[in-house]
Write a protein of this length. Structure first.
Length: 288
């Protein structure tokens, strides 16, 4: 879409029933709010409805507190959960990373050029390698090495740092550690991970080299919310690109890293623009 700097975002979900779209659109019209974009979906399998509306108040005296108080009364009748996001809101983000820096560099560039409306508040790593990169951007860096013995204490420290910097979103930008079930639970719906997607799947060391040995024809990446099933959380975005016999392992790695960076950035964009609805293990994503 075009420039929507002055638009608010209203998102809501509730059980499926008659009048769900009307309760939102009628309320906006009654309060002199012009709808710029609207997307909705009704999941007949789960009997759940969700809606995302971008709107622009036509009244200069628009008061978000009054809006929220009065809309809540309408929402209660539909057992509706909802949120209102103000224009130009920059989501505070904590990035977790290990040694691979391609996703981190991509996000730092998008942050620096304002291509993504985020505020990277802190970078956390289990290695010291990327501290200079964080320092160059003026971002605090926490080196929290992890061993089997220190993992519970270090995960606790990670959560303390995330809370200390009031981060709304945690991004695992090639963080090569498996999060505990407890940490996944505490970050549910608030942490996004990225990993390669190859068919067939290749686990362990050097997956792209394994893929080359098998002559794969597609490389890709998947961005998803973290859960306690490794790399199997609710999917937000996926990317894929065709490859052929002329691509050597290093070519597959390069293409894979490009796709990982783009797919992760797109997932973050959809999350912060409130385009993603979590329905248990599934997502509804209103792509732009």
């Amino acid at each position: 879409m075009g420039n929507n700097e002055n638009t608010w975002i209203l998102t809501a979900q509730c059980p499926s029933c008659l009048g769900t779209v009307d309760v939102v659109t009628r309320f906006l019209a009654e309060n002199s709010c012009y709808i710029v974009d609207i997307q909705s979906f009704d999941d007949r399998e789960l009997n759940l409805f969700c809606i995302r509306v971008q709107f622009r108040p036509l009244n200069d005296e628009f008061n978000s507190d009054v809006f929220e108080q009065t809309f809540q009364a309408r929402a209660n009748k539909f057992d509706m959960t909802w949120s209102l996001t103000e224009p130009n809101h920059k989501t505070r983000v904590a990035i977790m990373v290990s040694k691979y820096d391609h996703c981190l560099n991509d996000l730092l560039y998008r942050y620096r050029t304002k291509a993504l409306p985020i505020n990277i508040a802190v970078i956390i790593s289990n290695h010291p390698d990327l501290e200079a990169l964080a320092e160059w951007h003026g971002i605090d860096y926490y080196h929290l090495p992890i061993t089997a013995e220190t993992k519970p204490q270090q995960e606790k420290r990670v959560l303390e740092v995330v809370q200390q910097y009031t981060c709304e979103l945690v991004v695992l930008a090639r963080y090569m550690q498996v999060l505990s079930a407890d940490m996944c639970s505490k970050l549910s719906g608030k942490a996004i991970n990225i990993h390669h997607s190859l068919l067939p799947g290749f686990k362990g060391a050097k997956p792209y080299h394994q893929a080359w040995d098998k002559g794969v024809k597609l490389v890709g990446a998947t961005a998803h919310y973290v859960n306690d099933d490794l790399d199997e959380g609710p999917i937000i975005t996926q990317g894929v690109q065709a490859v052929g016999h002329s691509h050597y392992p290093e070519d597959l790695v390069a293409k894979g890293q490009d796709i990982e960076s783009q797919t992760l950035a797109r997932a973050i964009k959809y999350h912060i623009e409130k385009r993603v609805f979590l329905f248990g293990s599934r997502t509804v994503v209103f792509a732009d």
